[in-house]
Design a binder for this molecule. Structure first.
Ligand code: FES
Length: 146
């Protein structure tokens, strides 16, 4: 490939990236969170950082209903992950308590341990993260809602 062809290829790749993701939306780097063995029981969790934000991986109960926020590892192991940035005004929410509830300390929005909204003022769930399994470990690979 000569210099001119290389330039065309690079330009084409850049335009394809802009076209598929839109301007100003960067794709976060994938993050290795943990081995699945660290989530030995339902509601076990692993805090981690993703795209510069505090986040959490949670093992949730087995469910027969399809839920795009839930990643099925096996027949018994279902996981979800989400940002801990409150969808109201951006405070960091605490880790789930013993009753699997999360209450934002700023204005009282309430969420379940799977990140779903229970009560406002927030009007949407905590932002879900796309998960993948790679060599026995769970990776965060992107946002689910964009
Ligand atoms: S920032 Fe969480 S309730 Fe307002």
């Amino acid at each position: 490939m000569n210099r001119r062809e290389a330039h065309k290829t690079l330009l084409g790749s850049a335009l394809a990236l802009v076209g598929s993701k839109g301007l100003g939306q960067s794709v976060p780097s994938a993050v290795r969170i943990a081995e699945t063995s660290r989530l030995s029981e339902v509601w076990a969790d692993v805090p981690f950082m993703f795209a510069g934000q505090p986040a959490i991986l949670v093992r949730v109960p087995v469910s027969k209903e399809a839920n795009p926020r839930v990643f099925r590892v096996s027949e018994q192991v279902y996981l979800t992950a989400y940002s801990r940035i409150c969808t109201h005004l951006g405070c960091t929410v605490p880790l789930p308590d013993r009753e699997q509830k999360i209450e934002c300390g700023c204005h009282g929005s309430r969420f379940r341990a799977d990140g779903l909204l229970v009560g406002g003022p927030a009007d949407r769930p905590l932002r879900a993260i796309r998960l993948e399994l790679r060599d026995g470990a769970v990776w965060a690979v992107g946002w689910l809602d964009n």
